[in-house]
Design a protein. Sequence first.
Length: 167
Amino acid sequence: MSTAEITVPAPLARFSLRVDPADANVVAAALAVPLPLVIGTRTEAGGRALLALGPDEWLLTAPEADAEAIGAAAAGLAVPHSLVGICGRDMVLHLAGPGAATLLAMAMPRNLATIPVGEGARTVFDGVSVVITREAEDAFTLSAWRSYMPHLSAVLAAGQRELAAGI
C-alpha cells in the first residue's frame, strides 16, 4: 500500500517577482541568487530559491529573516520590476512518501514524471491554481492561495483514504 504524509512546512518568506529577463543579472546580483531563465527550473543560493513560473515571473522563497533585506535590495534596483510579498496570500503543504505522486495525480492533470527533482511548475489541482515543486523523488511542496486550502486539504485527505484502502 502506498502512503503519503502531508505536513505544513516551516514558514518561509515568499515573494512574487516580475522583471524583464534581460535584467536578470542585475536582479540576481541584488537578491544574491541567480534567476533561472527556463520556465520550471529553480536556482538556489544561501537559503534563497527562485522558481521560474513564466517568461518574466518567478517565485522567490527565503528564510523569514531575509525578508526585510530582500525588500530593501529590490527597492534599490534601478530596473523596472515588481516584488510582492505573498506570505499572507499563500499556504504551503509538503507531501512525502511513496504515494505522494499518486496522491497528487488523483486531482492533477500534470504528469509529475516530467518535473525533475529540484524543479517545479504552476498547474491546477482539482480546478485550483497551484505551484508544485518536486523536492525529492517522493516529496513535493504544493502552494496555493490560502482561501483554497480547506478545499485542497479535503481533496488530499480523501485521496489519502483511497490510497490507504488500496483504491
